[in-house]
Design a protein around this ligand. Structure first.
Ligand code: ATP
Length: 440
């Protein structure tokens, strides 16, 4: 049995992600830009697979439909939602070294953690996290708009459009995946806290009074989704919001946290948002957003909302952190880093490798690659020793490697190697399709 250890530091993962083409620092050749990251070829495959997994789980059901609303919205949306007045973090600067901190993250009675200077913090100021920009050619205060800090408001303002066009009865939900922007004071821990990120949010509209029961149902669905992605259950926990941390508009809220190498951190929030958002938009827009409940004597009311809000990037970070294993550390022959990513999410499913560059082998291998590659994301790899090629695929998380060797010329069979067990099986080429279908 191989000795095996989990991910120990975010730096290890950051290095692997760069080395293997998952994630790069944004604008790296210019020295980078804080809190922004670029997804490389494997990163974008993994991210797309996570989004697909979420989309399928949320919308392959009768009571949830999708939406893709714009990032730029009417500025009054953010007045109504409370973001212009309240979406801020408390900020202090060290007067000596100018380092900036979130006031709620450090002990202001102690010296500056960076320079050690005493009594040198500025007064606390509220710093709004929304990015401002200008709409149109004329720059004045009336053209100021914002990059959305959450995708949810696009759903709220479309509630009646969706409900009426889709002829939906309560309870039903609207799901959306999209970019959100927050000018975080202290971005960091790799892609854990960034200034540009993607959210996968769903607002489920319910009859007032039923929110408790519906929230319990969604908690279960969302917990199970993380398990379906292969996360180990012991690395997940609930973090319910007590009265102190509950947002003013919520009557219940709980986070799902994952145990990263930096400690426990939120990956998803599940919130019972009452009728706060729809009521606010009704008030600010002057348009009725009530629902007429035909199942309840045509009663007219503003629905309550259960929201599930998960970060795509944080989920991806959890998937990578969870998948990382270092096996047989220190053993020159046997040491390997392997990303045990769930096969459904793995960026590449199959790597096809001719044992050598001999043309008879390449001919067969190319043919196999063409076949396999039309069904799965596959990769053709002919450079370096076979051991090196296996190690490379292990670090990318490729579940299966198919090797064409000289015996193939005789027996029309290939060797298929399993990423996790490293077991190798001889499989006839004409049986390969079924074999992979079974396993994937
Ligand atoms: P935090 O307390 O970590 O700032 P939050 O409570 O403000 O997060 P929500 O507004 O509930 O987060 O957003 C829902 C989800 O969006 C979070 O669970 C997280 O996965 C993701 N998210 C929020 N802010 C960021 C960010 N700056 N970078 C990456 N993901 C984020």
């Amino acid at each position: 049995m191989a000795s095996e250890s989990n991910l120990k530091s975010m730096a290890e993962l950051t290095a692997l992600c760069k080395r293997r083409g998952f994630i790069f620092q944004s604008s790296e050749i210019y020295g980078g830009i804080g809190g922004c990251w670029d997804y490389g070829p494997y990163g974008v495959e993994l991210k797309n697979n996570i989004k697909q997994s979420w989309w399928n789980d949320m919308t392959l059901r009768e009571d949830v439909v999708g939406l893709d609303s714009s990032i730029l919205m009417h500025p009054t949306v953010w007045k109504a939602s409370g973001h212009i007045d309240g979406f801020s973090d408390p900020l202090v600067d060290c007067k000596n070294c100018k380092e900036r901190y979130r006031a709620d993250n450090i002990d202001l009675g102690k010296p500056c953690p960076k320079c050690g200077s005493k009594d040198s913090f500025t007064d606390i100021r509220q710093f709004n996290l929304m990015f401002k920009t200008e709409l149109g050619a004329v720059e004045d205060s009336s053209s100021t708009i914002y990059l959305r800090p959450e995708t949810a408001q696009g759903i709220f303002v479309n509630f009646l459009n969706v409900q009426s066009t889709m002829r939906k009865k309560l309870p039903f939900g609207i799901a959306q995946i999209g970019k959100a922007f927050r000018n975080e004071i202290t971005p960091g821990h790799f892609i854990f806290r960034t200034r540009e990120f993607e959210q996968m949010e769903m607002q489920f509209f319910v009859k007032p009074g039923s929110q408790k029961e519906v929230m319990a149902q969604w908690k279960e669905i969302r917990w199970n989704w993380h398990l379906k992605n292969g996360l180990r259950e012991e690395k997940l926990r609930w973090a319910p919001h007590g009265p102190d941390s509950l947002a003013h508009y919520a009557d219940d809220a709980t986070d799902i946290e994952y145990e990263f190498p930096i400690g426990w951190g939120e990956i998803e929030g599940i919130h019972s948002r009452t009728d706060f958002d729809l009521s606010a938009h009704e008030k600010f827009s002057g348009k009725s957003l009530s629902y007429i409940d035909q199942a309840d004597g045509n009663k007219k009311y503003i629905p309550y909302v259960i929201e599930t809000s998960v970060g795509c990037d944080r989920t991806l970070l959890a998937v990578l952190s969870d998948a990382y294993r270092l096996e047989n550390a220190g053993d020159k022959e046997k040491e390997r880093t392997v990303m045990k990513i769930d096969a459904k999410l793995a960026p590449v499913k199959v790597a096809v490798m001719p044992l050598s560059k001999k043309s008879q082998l390449e001919e067969i291998a190319r043919k196999i690659f063409k076949n396999v590659g039309s069904a799965y994301k596959a990769e053709y790899d002919v450079s370096g020793s076979i051991g090196k090629r296996y190690r490379r695929q292990d670090e990318v998380g490729t579940p299966f490697c198919v090797t064409v060797d000289f015996d193939t010329l005789e027996d029309q069979a290939v060797t298929i190697r399993d990423r996790d067990s490293m077991a190798q099986e001889r499989v006839n080429i004409d049986q390969m399709e079924n074999y992979l279908k079974d396993k994937l």
